[in-house]
Design a protein around this ligand. Structure first.
Ligand SMILES: O=C(O)c1ccc(O)c(O)c1
Ligand SMILES: [Mg+2]
Length: 621
């Protein structure tokens, strides 16, 4: 797949954008006219810079309001066209994007449009250039790629072809099967963007909310597959108008774009050949362990929460100051080493989750997928005799270890041979239900893409949750069998719990870990009786539950007594309770699912308000 990105997609000055695009590994870039107008470098210098960086100039764009104009304006438009041809020669590209006219004085007469494009094609051909015609979703007369294609076909000039842009087609829900009619030599370039489904004006949606493939809701795999099937082998060029990206890091956004094209490439190739030669997404089989970094003092306090929840310290590491806590199928590792990554983590963040171990089917395959996406590996010195566990960098610089499902028992036995206390006989908690990660709003889409591109995880619809101090954006990624679930949270509101976490924690990280239980009532009572401080839930909430769901008998009273929250989806039910925050940072949740697949989003505002009661001051958690 030949990759390209429009310069409008990232932040910075044009020369800095091109550097970032080259560093991220693209084959080419489209020069967006505004970027050229605002740089002090000449078109010729930009062209030379691109050649030095090894970037093809895939297109110059956009040229607006070319077709259907009255005589006087038409003459001016064609003069302007010749001037832009000069710029293209200097840049070193032969392709110009002409988007369908939005001019209020443009005529919609089809013969006129065909004749104008034929004339433009003649002029382009004389200079060895080409023009790609794109139907803007809000074009005045032409706003559907099917119409643009029928015009291009009728113009029938070698210098006039079509530009397909996924946003314009999919925002209007034009069936991708219609792409089958397009002749591949007439498809001059393909522009790619995803977007969340929003019910809003097409132009505003396009100019502010486009996202990278995999970050939004468009059926891009079908669309790309339809393009592959006609035999297209040109550039796949990202064109992402997004306010967040234009305010973000050019290198970060360029790399995300590169990953998103790799993700799409995998989708196309898989559809094409059944089993592709590309590294497939890693299939996660479960959370093998969660590792906390902590000082001895913090480890003591953490133990004071883990014990009432039913965990026991079962073993010590062979050589390191690391303890394994266990219950049911859950492993929590508490790392008090005075050096290494965990210690650095503790120094920066205080006691916190520094690593997550995911069981995967095939570790080398997972590492190959990471490399394919340019996800950095993390390598730490391995002591003699130590079991090496490969890892990559995850959210906030924490580590994601890949644990081979076949050898994990041997790994535990080898690394943690010194037995401490026996396992609890009847575990209250059985597994890790989900891990909630909190991050800056600006990096939310980046981590969403990270998870769906690296792993075989599906995203749930994006939600907005009301914190008493502002809105929080929340979305989950989960494996098909639900053995791995992450929830991602980010907020623009400076005082929301989410933002306070990011401020206090100095960055993104794990905000809470949710454990699964078969009996939330018993778990809550047992934990409280052994000294776990639960998050108190107001009685008004339980009264409302009773009114809303017509609960049987004393169920609402029992939930109130146990500080439980409740949700229902059809017949499926969900019970949850929370601990108070550990070190004002990380907290635990316990959930009981009776066929329920969500995360209790309806309860999140209640939980956030209950947590806000403990907010000591404007900067505290
Ligand atoms: O929003 C626009 O005007 C615009 C310009 C050029 C494009 O290629 C496009 O898809 C949209
Ligand atoms: Mg476009």
């Amino acid at each position: 797949m030949k990759t390209s990105i429009a310069t409008v997609s990232i932040s910075g000055t044009l020369d800095a954008k091109l550097q970032a695009i080259a560093d991220a590994g693209y084959d080419g870039a489209e020069i967006f006219e505004n970027d050229l107008l605002s740089t002090h470098l000449s078109a010729r210098e930009i062209g030379a810079m691109m050649r030095d960086l090894g970037l093809a100039c895939t297109m110059f764009q956009p040229f607006r309001d070319l077709e259907g104009l009255p005589a006087e304006q038409r003459a001016r438009a064609f003069d302007r066209l010749e001037r832009k041809f000069d710029v293209m020669e200097e840049l070193g590209t032969d392709l110009l994007l002409a988007c369908s006219s939005c001019s209020p004085i443009a005529e919609g007469n089809r013969e006129r449009i065909v004749a104008d494009l034929a004339d433009a094609g003649e002029r382009a051909a004389r200079r060895g250039l080409r023009i790609g015609y794109e139907a803007l979703a809000w074009g005045r007369h032409i706003n559907d790629h099917r119409d643009a294609w029928s015009i291009v076909r009728d113009v029938d000039h070698p210098a006039i072809g079509l530009v397909l842009d996924s946003f314009h087609s999919l925002s209007r829900r034009i069936p991708s099967s219609s792409i089958g009619d397009i002749r591949p030599e007439k498809l001059f370039i393909v522009q790619v963007a995803d977007a969340p489904v929003l019910n809003m004006d097409l132009l505003q949606w396009s100019r502010h909310f486009r996202s990278m493939p995999g970050q939004g809701d468009f059926p891009l795999d079908d669309w790309a597959e339809a393009i592959r099937r006609i035999g297209y082998d040109g550039y796949w060029s990202l064109e992402i108008f997004n306010d967040r990206f234009r305010a973000g890091s050019a290198h970060g956004v360029a790399l995300d774009g590169y990953r998103s094209l790799r993700l799409m490439q995998g989708g196309i190739a898989r559809a094409a050949s059944g089993a592709s030669a590309l590294p497939a997404k890693a299939r996660p089989l479960g959370v093998e362990f969660i590792e906390f970094a902590a000082s001895h003092e913090e480890a003591e306090a953490l133990g004071g929460m883990l014990r009432p929840l039913g965990f026991r310290p079962t073993a010590r590491h062979r050589t390191k100051d690391v303890t394994r806590w266990q219950q049911g199928g859950i492993n929590i590792v508490v790392n008090c080493e005075p050096e290494g990554l965990a210690h650095s983590f503790d120094v920066v963040h205080g006691a916190s989750v520094c690593a997550i171990g995911l069981a995967v089917e095939d570790v080398p395959a997972a590492l190959a997928r990471a490399e394919f996406l340019r996800v950095p590996r993390f390598e730490q010195a391995v002591a003699p005799g130590e079991w090496p566990i490969p890892s990559v960098r995850g959210v906030g610089g924490s580590l994601l270890y890949f644990v081979d499902a076949a050898t994990r028992e041997a790994m535990w036995a080898h690394e943690f041979p010194h037995a401490l206390e026996p396992l609890p006989e009847a575990p209250l908690l059985t597994s890790i239900d989900h891990i909630a990660q909190t991050m800056q709003y600006e990096e939310f889409l980046s981590w969403l893409l990270f998870y769906v591109a690296l792993f075989d995880l599906e995203k749930t619809p994006q939600l907005e949750i009301a914190d008493p101090m502002g809105l929080v954006q929340s979305q989950a990624v989960e494996s098909a069998d639900r053995s791995v679930r992450f929830t991602l949270n980010g907020s623009l509101a400076a005082q929301s719990l989410t933002s306070r976490f990011v401020q206090n924690y100095f960055g993104a990280g794990v905000q809470h870990v949710a454990f699964a239980t078969g009996d939330a009532f018993a778990a809550s009572e047992s934990a409280a009786s052994k000294g776990l401080e639960r998050l108190a839930i107001p009685r008004n909430y339980h009264d409302d539950l009773e009114a809303r769901w017509g609960l049987e008998g004393n169920l609402a009273d029992r939930m109130a007594a146990d500080d439980l929250l409740y949700d229902r989806d059809g017949e499926a039910e969900y019970f949850q309770f929370y601990s108070r925050a550990f070190a004002r940072r990380v907290f635990f949740e316990v959930v009981e699912r009776r066929g329920y697949e969500g995360y209790g989003a309806a309860n999140a505002p209640i939980r956030l308000a209950a947590q806000a009661r403990h907010k000591p001051d404007l900067n505290g958690l």
